[in-house]
Design a protein around this ligand. Structure first.
Ligand SMILES: NC(=O)C1=CN([C@@H]2O[C@H](COP(=O)(O)OP(=O)(O)OC[C@H]3O[C@@H](n4cnc5c(N)ncnc54)[C@H](OP(=O)(O)O)[C@@H]3O)[C@@H](O)[C@H]2O)C=CC1
Length: 343
């Protein structure tokens, strides 16, 4: 008898998971909560639950590095794709390998329990299904982290998390204050710098800012995975490789001048990728400042005492993992979310 596998989520991971099951002779069913595949890449402006990209998102991994190894993206596609191209690519992948027939759309998984060594799945419509194995492919951009800052209760402006940001509309002429310096923060800051009255980014420890392309226009992530780079990283001490990278980044933008230099070395953290920030800092359209200290009615005060007018506070403070449908939650212990990527 065939092993019965349930894949939950028809996004970037769910699709190849279905394909692998078929290739390995397993019986597979995929449950997808929404009406379309693509997960995060399925842009839904009015989406509240789950995650979705913003209207202008261009992925910061090159198509050469993010592609499925068995489905090469078309040459005519740009190296760094707008989210609509990413979604189209995923749809073509699903069609090419005939995956759609395994996906039950508009089907939410309510609970997953382990009963007598099998997985009991209760669906939104109350139906119960039993599987031998499950694969969770539900993404990790659904549960935003909301930091609590001192004095936040007196703030009279509007507060949202990057999770709920879709486009620049509504921010025209506003004083915008952004917390965090990850990729969400910089994509939003760059977009709003063109239309807002002011855009300030607050960071508690800075970041190395990296460009999509290396000198000569080759995507950096391809250069990094070349044999030459692997060789260099193997023979040289990491501190020297860090020195080299940091020197290159300093040549593009002085991280000290703009208060961006972090305590960590380049290869110690996920880098922030942004091509426009350097110019916008140099032209005063974006300001970088210290960590938040407290709030006033329509202002944010940062450590050291500087005060910034603020109508719109955007928390770009990242995400946590959660699998609320697991009963009990301890079925997958989450100690450090980072581990889930690698284990
Ligand atoms: N164009 C693209 O391809 C995009 C890709 N992404 C990806 O999505 C993922 C999520 O990105 P993102 O949403 O930026 O989240 P990240 O987790 O990458 O960044 C969160 C930021 O918030 C800061 N932060 C967290 N908590 C606090 C706090 N209490 N006070 C002050 N600062 C805080 C962090 O600072 P600290 O470092 O000090 O912890 C960090 O700067 C990443 O993998 C990113 O690469 C996101 C947007 C666009």
């Amino acid at each position: 008898m065939k092993i019965k596998v349930c894949v939950i989520g028809a996004g970037a991971s769910g699709l190849p998971a279905i394909k692998s099951c078929i290739e390995n002779g397993l019986e597979v069913v995929c449950y997808e909560r929404t009406a379309e595949l693509g997960g995060l890449w399925n842009y839904r402006p009015n989406q509240k639950e789950g995650g979705t990209v913003m209207a202008s998102t261009v992925v910061n991994t090159s198509k050469e590095m993010m592609a499925y190894s068995d489905f090469v993206p078309l040459d005519k596609l740009p190296n760094f794709m707008h989210h609509s191209f990413v979604l189209k690519y995923m749809k073509e992948y699903a069609e090419k390998f005939d995956l759609l027939k395994y996906i039950k759309f508009n089907t939410e998984v309510k609970t997953i329990e382990k009963v007598d060594g099998k997985w009991k799945i209760t669906l939104g419509n109350g139906r119960i299904e039993i599987f031998d194995k499950i694969m969770l492919a539900t993404g990790h951009h659904s549960y935003p982290i909301y930091p609590q800052f001192r004095g936040m209760e007196v703030f009279k402006g509007q507060t949202i998390h990057a999770h709920d940001y879709r486009s620049y509309k509504g921010y025209e002429g506003k004083d915008v204050f952004i917390v965090g310096i990850g990729n969400s923060a910089l994509d939003i800051a760059v977009e709003l710098s063109k239309i807002a009255k002011s855009v300030t980014i607050s960071t508690r420890r800075g970041s190395w800012i990296f460009n999509r392309c290396a000198a000569g226009g080759m995507p950096y992530d391809i250069v990094f995975h070349s044999r030459l780079y692997y060789f260099i990283r193997k023979i040289l001490p990491l501190s020297l490789v860090n020195d080299f990278m940091e020197h290159r980044l300093q040549q593009r933008m002085d991280h000290d001048l703009f208060g961006l230099r972090p305590n960590h070395r380049f290869f110690e953290q996920h880098p922030t990728v942004n091509d426009a920030l350097a110019n916008l800092l140099a032209s005063g359209m974006i300001t970088v400042t210290e960590d938040v200290e407290t709030f006033e009615g329509n202002a944010v005060i940062v450590k050291g005492g500087r005060k910034f007018a603020c109508d719109e506070l955007i928390l770009c403070t990242g995400y946590t993992f959660s699998f609320p449908f697991l009963k009990p939650q301890s079925l997958i212990p989450i100690k450090v979310s980072f581990l889930l990527y690698f284990n």
